[in-house]
Design a protein around this ligand. Structure first.
Ligand code: ATP
Ligand code: MG
Length: 559
């Protein structure tokens, strides 16, 4: 059984533990701050497990705050999906859901405060000019000609920007910091832009919206966040984050800590690119089971426990660790399902077998454990009679030497049942195999045949009792490890044309009771989950979550 829990180092957890032990920190407060402009993906799962996990571990709080400063790209549907994903992963945010937009009044007052302190100004340069004046990594920026407006003029202009007197792009509010700073983020960053947009939370109240940088740290400070954990691309923003906290009369001083984002091979972790797959109809939607979104993985059959375990296994570091192997993710789900999914037999590519020495009215029912190691799972009843289905792949007319399944004149064991021998192959007019005629050795139930060794065991389903199932065989969406590696090429060129193959299979009768999202191991085939949207009692649909072969566990053994 694969129940080992290997966890990798987590430097933030270690750091907080030390702070608590030394008395430097008491109650910690973290937050998970998604922008509601798409569904959450596996990278966000890492951030969720980290932020909520820290709060859980150290008896603190974790807030769920929507970072909603860009109304043009945001939607209520995304907010709803994000809440559902966080809950499904097993986490509960402290207090109500929060929105950065809850703080727009306070942020506006702080913008006025900066103006009065001579630390902010309204700039009339165009976006292109601002970019040009900003300079480059090797070249200092130049001050805008509007940099030295009086506080009164700035206050008046800002207020008129807010009232909607100016067009988008006509003016911005900027912090007055240092146009020569080696850190470009400090070259008078933008605090407010004019946007005549309707906002999902604040309606038409605002004609100006604060920038991410002007919003994030102050929102943290308002909420009393102690540890503001974010990904490494914000490292260069930290001096600005701290600058605002030092200039403004904020109630608390959060600390920003950066960690390396998760990158997975064969997987896109960018909402923008995932949205492209959705918008172009390449997948069925954000929760298509091929999507690395939390809701897609859920639909595919991943469990919350397996995603949390995966996040524990990858650890948290500051080193940009390159690509994580998706085999590690599939290992996490496979070992969870190995322990917790009931077994069933299901034939994906049915081939009829007629047992010529079994009477037409003969019927046996085997009682088989739901799971080999779990007595708490209900026993399955497996009927056996004259006509069965087996998988086409388990028969070969001209088998190679080491083929231990069925072949003309050869014997194989039916799982949980007898040994049968293939006596005759029936073909149709096109020469395709239509049916096998086999005979049962009645002396072999639960024991080996006298004097013969039968190596192969195959799964099967009674033709009379089997239930038809639609089975969706999912595979990676992309054929290459880093579909978006080449910035100038189109990642859509690397799509896997066989990322979804649908087949009509036949399952054992116990599958008729499958509720949506029930997960099974189809013996010898893989792990499957009843589709939460499409599966119905009269039309069962199973999604392949993952195959049986654990390449990651194998690699670990080899070392
Ligand atoms: P994307 O690049 O996919 O649009 P984002 O960073 O813009 O993602 P946000 O909604 O701003 O998405 O992210 C919310 C939180 O999730 C942030 O704290 C962000 O750092 C974190 N996060 C996003 N992607 C990853 C990732 N691949 N690994 C770890 N954390 C991530
Ligand atoms: Mg972002």
């Amino acid at each position: 059984m694969t129940t080992e829990t290997s966890s990798a180092p987590n430097f933030i957890r270690n750091q907080i533990r030390e702070e608590i032990e030394s008395g430097q920190s008491q109650k910690i407060v973290t937050r998970f701050p998604p922008e509601p402009n798409g569904f959450l993906h596996i990278g966000h799962a890492k951030s969720i497990c980290l932020n909520f996990g820290l709060a859980e571990q150290f008896g603190g709080d974790c807030h769920l705050r929507f970072d909603d400063t860009n109304p043009a790209k945001e939607e209520q549907a995304y907010i709803d999906a994000i809440k559902e994903d966080v809950s499904w992963l097993g986490f509960q945010w402290a207090g109500d859901i929060r929105f950065a937009s809850d703080y727009f009044d306070q942020l506006y007052a702080w913008a006025q405060y900066l103006i009065q302190a001579g630390k902010a100004y309204v700039d009339d340069l165009s976006p292109d000019e601002i970019r040009e004046y900003r300079g480059t990594l090797t070249e200092a920026g130049r001050p805008s000609p509007y940099r030295d407006r009086s506080a009164d003029e700035n206050l008046d202009l800002l207020e008129r920007m807010r009232q909607g007197e100016f067009a988008e792009g006509e003016k911005v509010l900027r912090a007055k910091i240092d146009m020569a700073s080696p850190n470009i983020n400090l070259r008078d960053p933008i605090l407010y832009r004019i946007r005549h947009a309707h906002h999902h939370q604040t309606g038409d109240k605002w004609k100006i919206y604060p920038s991410y940088d002007f919003t994030h740290g102050q929102s943290d400070a308002i909420e009393g966040i102690t540890h503001s954990v974010c990904t490494l691309e914000f490292e260069d923003h930290r001096p600005l984050y701290e600058w605002f906290l030092n200039q403004l009369p904020v109630p608390t001083k959060p600390r920003q800590i950066e960690f390396a984002r998760l990158n997975l091979n064969y997987t896109l972790t960018s909402k923008r690119k995932l949205k492209l797959l959705v918008d172009n109809g390449i997948v069925e939607g954000w929760d298509d089971p091929r999507m690395p979104t939390i809701s897609g993985m859920r639909r595919r059959g991943y469990t919350p426990a397996s995603l949390r375990k995966f996040c524990e296994m990858i650890g948290v570091t500051r080193a940009d660790g390159g690509l994580v192997d998706i085999a590690m993710l599939t290992h996490a789900i496979r070992s969870d399902l190995e322990d917790n999914a009931p077994r069933a037999m299901c034939v994906l590519n049915p081939l009829k077998v007629v047992l010529t020495n079994v009477d037409e009215h003969h019927e046996e029912v085997y009682e088989v454990p739901g799971h080999p190691a779990r007595e708490d799972m209900p026993v399955r009843k497996i009927p056996f009679n004259r006509e069965l289905w087996i998988d086409r792949d388990d028969f070969m007319e001209e088998p190679p030497k080491k083929f231990f399944r069925l072949a003309p004149g050869k014997e194989v064991r039916l799982r949980n049942s007898y040994v049968i021998r293939c006596d005759e192959v029936i073909k149709n007019a096109e020469g395709e195999i239509e049916e096998l005629r086999c005979s049962v050795d009645f002396d072999t139930l639960g024991k080996n045949p006298e004097g013969r060794k039968v190596k192969g065991v195959i799964h099967w389903v009674s033709a009379r009792h089997g239930v038809p199932v639609e089975v969706r065989l999912y595979d990676n969406l992309f054929l290459v490890e880093q579909p978006d590696k080449d910035k100038d090429a189109d990642f859509l060129d690397h799509l896997n044309p066989e990322s979804l193959v649908t087949v009509k299979g036949i399952g054992e009768p116990s599958l008729a009771n499958a509720d949506n999202e029930d997960r099974y191991q189809f013996e010898r085939v893989g792990y499957f989950c009843a589709d939460r949207h499409d599966s119905r009692p009269d039309h069962l649909v199973f999604n392949r979550t993952v195959g049986l072969k654990d390449t990651w566990a194998k690699m670990q053994k080899k070392g």
